[in-house]
Design a protein around this ligand. Structure first.
Ligand code: NAD
Ligand code: IPM
Ligand code: MN
Length: 330
């Protein structure tokens, strides 16, 4: 098996080596290929995703990405590396599981999978100033992207034997874009026999229910920006951003990535939680490499570590203590 490893910026360099060590334990023959991307890469080379990185990912068919920093202002020629990777590699579905973990979660009994459409919506990059004082952003929803996305909903719902798929949208206002998303997903799900289990919510109500009754969600599928926001909100129940994994999932290629960013406020302090990166590696095992037993061993190692640790504030040795505690269980 081949893995392209892209730590990126900031704490990406601290958490990704932990996830690679875990994968090496589980897959002794794993071959890794280091690659560069991100803000520091842009400053060094003028590109946030060098062509060599795309080639390495395509050749490996699987990648593990840390995080990148992005300035919140326009810098000529710069675009967030992760957005370029999702687009260039056709990673059109983003899996973001949220579940209760012992010790660290504020509540037990939560187990949901947020599926975020990953290729379009407000992320198509079409923003312009129409005139002085009027900025326009375009939101694209296409039937073909919704069909591909809905095929993934069916695939994961069947694997989880989900009793419910909830579509979150805002079709009462965004009649055409959200309407097309909702109707296309419903058609594909119905064609696979899932009609009776599909439910829908306006995204604002879905946000409230994620706070009020998170255990009522099973598979929650939504458009790109809504999924970005709802997944950060929901990961509160997993124990926060340090516990939130994701998988950017394409046709024959996948890129695992913790949901968190480069965390400039804690970089170099040893406080970065590597569990989001470890659980992202488990998603690669489960969904892309089709190794559910190995994925379950990694999830169980995290769970076993948390139970034994009994507390989670490790302050300045967080990364090291968690890495040792989880990897020694594999
Ligand atoms: P962030 O996720 O980097 O940090 C938010 C807060 O969570 C910070 O207080 C941070 O210390 C904490 N945190 C995050 N991950 C943690 C971990 N593993 N362990 C412990 N604490 C953790 O988000 P931000 O501060 O809004 O953004 C910082 C930079 O990261 C920005 O440049 C932003 O654009 C970028 N970003 C990148 C990605 C990505 O690469 N996928 C995602 C989000 C933000
Ligand atoms: C995420 C991040 C990215 C996004 C940023 C860094 C571009 O927030 O992966 O959730 O908005 O998709
Ligand atoms: Mn986000």
């Amino acid at each position: 098996m081949q893995l392209c490893v892209i730590p990126g910026d900031g704490i990406g360099h601290e958490v990704i080596p932990v996830a690679v060590s875990a994968l090496r334990r589980l897959l002794p023959g794993l071959q890794t290929h280091a690659a560069d991307a991100g803000w520091e890469c842009f400053q060094r080379s003028g590109s946030s995703v060098p062509e060599a990185t795309l080639e390495s990912l395509r050749a490996s068919g699987a990648g593990l990405f840390g995080a990148v920093s992005s300035p919140a202002r326009k810098v000529a020629g710069y675009r967030s590396a992760i957005l370029t990777l999702r687009q260039q590699l056709g990673l059109n579905c983003n899996l973001r599981p949220v579940r209760s973990w012992p010790v660290i979660s504020p509540r037990s009994g939560i187990d949901m999978l947020i599926l975020r459409e990953n290729s379009e919506g407000l992320y198509v990059g079409r923003e312009h100033m129409e005139s002085e004082g009027i900025a326009i952003a375009e939101r694209q929803i296409s039937r073909v992207a919704c069909e591909q996305f809905a095929a993934r909903i069916v695939e994961v719902a069947e694997q989880r034997s989900a009793h419910r798929v909830t579509l979150a949208h805002k079709a009462n206002v965004l009649l055409l874009t959200c309407g097309l998303f909702r109707d296309t997903c419903r058609q594909v799900l119905a064609a696979h026999g899932w009609e009776a289990q599909v439910d829908e919510r306006l995204v604002d109500v879905a946000a409230l229910q994620l706070v009020e009754s998170p255990e009522s969600f099973d598979v929650l599928a939504t458009t790109n920006l809504f999924g970005d926001i709802l997944s950060d909100l929901a990961c509160y129940w997993s124990g926060g951003l340090g516990m939130a994994p994701s998988l950017n999932w394409g046709q024959s290629i996948a890129l695992a990535e913790p949901v968190h960013g480069s965390a400039p406020d804690i970089v170099g302090t040893g406080r970065a939680n590597p569990i989001a990166a470890l659980l992202s590696a488990a998603l690669l095992l489960r969904y892309h490499w089709q190794q559910p037993e190995l994925a379950a061993r990694l999830d169980a190692a995290v769970e076993g570590f948390l139970v034994e640790a009994g507390a989670v504030d490790f302050a300045d040795r967080t990364t090291e203590i968690i890495a040792d505690g989880v990897i020694s269980r594999l």
